[in-house]
Design a protein around this ligand. Structure first.
Ligand code: ZN
Length: 251
């Protein structure tokens, strides 16, 4: 099977993909602290693994190609821990629009932005009206763990959904990049187990992650294992494939 990954194809291959009206999956991730036990590249590793898995499942039924992962996102709330890169809103908007316009100029007409980082969600959704006005693309955006939201809990002991550097992300990293997981730090890899310590006011205020978790983790990575990771990755890839194959959505 020829690769579904943009970076592994030639320009000629990609012109041919555009001619088949392939859906371009554009993964957007982050480079940010993930507790004492995981590398800062977690969201980038997982984003790429899930997109590749999902595209390979879907490509028999629908032409698809996975663009290179944007490894930087909105991560101001993690900066205080170190190891983190962040965009500001105008820069992030400009970079994403430049990517979309590049894709569009090569003749692709359908783009699926698939995010892998909670901090990007608000920005991503707020950009959609501008991107709809400034491109002619059929454009959707989602966050990959939302595609399979109801299917994750069956494999988890403590959590219902993805948190941060948690049971889910740690289990997946044990499969995708096992050598990067510090098993000797797992005993310290938990946080915010008793709910959100922040007071709820009827108004919003920016808060650093340092105000809610000492370890940088939300959830409990002590429950992670590679067997769970394999099942979670499979479910996430299936969720993405199902959305790519949804003809009504992409018509
Ligand atoms: Zn993460």
């Amino acid at each position: 099977m020829p690769s579904v990954m943009w970076k592994e194809l030639t320009a000629e291959d990609l012109r041919a993909k555009a001619a088949t009206n392939a859906i371009v999956v554009l993964p957007i991730a982050s480079m940010e602290q993930h507790g004492p036990h995981l590398p800062v590249g977690v969201d980038t590793f997982l984003c790429e693994a899930v997109r590749k898995g999902g595209a390979e499942l879907a490509v028999k039924d629908v032409p698809v190609v996975v663009a290179p992962t944007l490894w930087c996102g909105m991560a101001e709330h993690h900066m205080a821990f170190g190891g983190t890169f962040t965009f500001d809103i105008p820069t992030y908007r400009a970079v994403l629009l430049a990517f979309l316009k590049s894709i569009e100029r090569h003749g692709f007409r359908r783009v699926f932005i698939v995010n892998g980082h909670g901090g990007n969600i608000a920005a991503m959704n707020s950009f959609l009206p501008d991107f709809a006005r400034e491109t002619s693309l059929t454009l959707y955006a989602t966050t990959y763990f939302d595609l399979s939201k109801d299917d994750l809990a069956q494999f988890l002991d403590d959590q219902q959904y993805v948190q941060h550097a948690c049971e889910v992300e740690t289990s997946m990293m044990m499969v995708v990049a096992p050598d990067t997981v510090k098993h000797d730090r797992l005993p310290q890899a938990f946080g915010m187990l008793n709910g959100d310590p922040r007071k709820a006011y009827p108004a919003s205020r920016f808060q650093s992650f340092t105000n809610i978790t000492e370890s940088g983790v939300i959830g409990d990575a002590r429950r992670a294992n590679a067997d769970k990771g394999k099942k979670l990755l499979a479910v996430c890839a299936e969720g993405l494939a199902a959305t790519l194959k949804n003809r009504e959505m992409w018509a």
